[in-house]
Design a protein around this ligand. Structure first.
Ligand code: ADP
Length: 166
């Protein structure tokens, strides 16, 4: 009998995907046979990029990995996990301030579904201060976000904030 595949789910808003997210995906791949990057629509966060734009940007960046899939989800994370037969949630930690939110979310998910475990991976030092929120603010104010996102994402941010190319 072959062992069941160990599937990890990395959920988030990814508005947009950053080098910090990509670093967590690379690290996560050392733990799982397959990783699903699960993109939440997150309407309450009023994302800059719509769900399909976010999916496209991520797919472009992870093309080289055959064992990473990118999907959207709109339901409760644990319901999605059950549907995918995945038992492990992957999340990234940057700074202490991430901890409280992540801890609460992991405990809430554990209450709802005790069989699902959350694992945290620490960001690479260079990306500890990288957040989608700050990147959007820098791009909106015409700053250079090249250190934090890939060239394609940088171009998409520019299109979004300055559609006429100005
Ligand atoms: P959410 O809306 O679920 O917080 P995000 O896209 O902001 O979605 O983040 C998804 C996950 O990636 C979270 O666990 C977050 O802590 C982690 N993350 C975001 N930026 C980084 C980074 N620079 N380094 C490591 N982890 C990160």
């Amino acid at each position: 009998m072959t062992a069941a595949k160990h599937i990890g789910v990395y959920p988030g808003t990814f508005d947009p995907i950053t080098k910090g997210h990509l670093d967590i995906i690379e690290r996560g791949l050392t733990l799982f046979d397959e990783l699903i990057v699960a993109v939440a629509e997150s309407p309450l966060k009023a994302p800059l990029f719509d769900i399909d734009e976010r999916l496209l940007m991520i797919r472009r960046e992870i093309k080289k990995h055959k064992n990473v899939r990118v999907e959207k989800f709109n339901c409760l994370l644990i319901a999605y996990m059950k549907e995918k037969r995945a038992k492990t949630v992957l999340r990234g930690l940057r700074v202490i301030s991430d901890f409280e939110y992540e801890f609460q979310m992991a405990l809430t998910n554990r209450k709802l579904a005790p069989e699902i475990e959350t694992v945290f991976m620490m960001t690479a030092e260079n990306y500890a201060a990288v957040s989608s929120r700050f990147i959007k603010e820098i791009a909106r104010l015409r700053g250079d976000v090249g250190a934090f996102v890939t060239p394609n994402v940088k171009a998409r941010l520019k299109d979004k904030y300055f559609p006429s190319g100005r």
